[in-house]
Ligand binder design. Structure first.
Ligand SMILES: NC(=O)c1ccc[n+]([C@@H]2O[C@H](COP(=O)([O-])OP(=O)(O)OC[C@H]3O[C@@H](n4cnc5c(N)ncnc54)[C@H](OP(=O)(O)O)[C@@H]3O)[C@@H](O)[C@H]2O)c1
Length: 367
């Protein structure tokens, strides 16, 4: 065999071994440890934790130490927390690629939850933006807990007086994702036509309303039972996916924001005007390729097509929460709440979220 073929074979072999090793490492799941026995007591607070990847019945409701805010931190007594698909992804460590950030084998961070609303109970000595008694909402780690501490400049803002704790707890992940998908990734402009695939879910119900508030003409996609709800929050046309495929309708959009990923990139491009934008927010179920299929396909096609194909991961930004608070205060966006659960019922709440049938947001009543 010629030397260059030997070198190629060697390189291919090394890449194959490295890929298989990475796959084995990422898919490895440690056994669940015996849960620590915790008891209520002075300065103990209730929280939802996980110590291994798996189903919701492995979640632990336990008593942990109440934190003291550092100099730039705010101590928030949580009233409500919002449930997101992020919870079941982190809980299961799936897709496996997430384990690079959450922990290989087992989660490194244990307290779950990302959205909150509540009341400031104490502030660190250098905090200037908040004071005890302020009603706030935002996004942080570990919000399935009776209290969190959060830096005053990160992911916390004042709750408008006309918005409830329930409504504001629905905002952080879902509304920030919708806003960033439409405005930052999608570059949506007033007068444009936008289609929201997955319009009845957590992100979708915000996306329909925010797009409408931005002056766009909005079409939504959902199942029969949600058609009227999606119209009522601002969609001028709704595709019932049980009866009609939006990619085959002949309608063209300047922007498609896709929470579902159930049509190929090529089919979505057919539903865009020349040079239109397609933003991937969510994808299929699975541990490996299915959730990333759209992203991979978009990366491969993007350099060769006129349309812009984008994927992004939303971030908590204080200015975005302030912008969303203004939209809610002005009555332009109203969070759509599906169900409530108690903190002790967290396993049921996440199981319901995992069904992918939520109509708007699921809220946890913490206090
Ligand atoms: N990239 C990011 O940073 C980011 C951030 C947040 C969320 N996400 C991802 O975005 C996705 C959506 O999140 P979410 O919070 O909106 O989820 P969700 O609330 O669980 O979405 C549930 C909704 O999806 C709808 N749906 C299910 N199948 C559908 C289909 N074939 N066509 C149209 N709609 C369908 C359901 O409507 P019907 O009951 O009417 O079928 C239901 O109302 C998830 O995959 C999530 O992981 C990504």
């Amino acid at each position: 065999m010629k030397l260059r073929y030997k070198i190629v074979n060697g390189v291919v072999g090394v890449i194959a071994i490295a890929t298989v090793s990475l796959m084995i490492t990422l898919s490895y799941t440690s056994d669940c440890p015996e849960l620590p026995a915790t008891e209520p007591g002075e300065n103990k607070i209730k929280a939802v934790a996980h110590y291994c990847y798996g189903s919701s019945d492995l979640l632990a409701i336990e008593w942990v130490d109440k934190l003291v805010p550092e100099e730039h931190e705010v101590l928030v007594k949580i009233h409500r927390a919002g449930v997101n698909p992020l919870d079941y992804h982190l809980m299961r460590g799936s897709p496996y690629i997430m384990r690079l950030a959450r922990g290989i084998g087992k989660p490194e961070r244990t307290i779950m939850g990302a959205d909150f609303s509540g009341v400031v109970e104490a502030v660190g000595e250098k905090v200037t933006r908040f004071k005890p008694g302020d009603e706030v909402f935002g996004g942080s780690r570990g919000t399935y807990s009776e209290y969190i501490t959060i830096h005053e400049d990160k992911g916390i803002t004042l709750k408008p007086a006309n918005i409830s704790f329930d409504e504001s707890a629905a905002v952080a992940v879902a509304a920030a994702t919708a806003l960033q998908a439409l405005r930052d990734q999608g570059q949506l402009k007033a007068g444009e036509r936008v289609l929201i695939n997955g319009a009845s879910g957590g992100v979708g119900t915000f996306a329909v309303q925010i797009a409408k508030a931005m002056g766009a003409e909005v079409a939504g996609v959902c199942s029969t039972r949600n058609v009227e709800m999606v119209k009522s929050i601002g969609a001028s046309h709704v595709f019932d996916y049980k009866k009609e495929d939006y990619t085959q309708s002949g309608e063209k959009y300047d922007l498609i924001v896709d929470m579902v990923g159930n049509h190929s990139i090529s089919k979505n491009r057919d539903a865009l005007v020349p040079g239109g934008r397609y933003v991937i927010v969510g994808g299929g179920k699975g541990n490996w390729i299915a959730p990333l299929e759209g992203l991979i396909s978009a990366m491969v096609q993007a350099p060769f097509v006129d349309e812009e194909l984008k994927f992004f991961v939303a971030k908590f930004k204080q200015q975005d929460f302030e912008y969303l608070a203004d939209l809610m205060e002005a009555g332009k966006v109203k969070p759509q709440i599906d169900r409530h659960y108690k903190l002790d019922q967290i396993a049921e709440a996440i199981t319901y979220s995992e069904s992918r049938r939520a109509r708007g947001k699921i809220i946890i009543d913490v206090n």
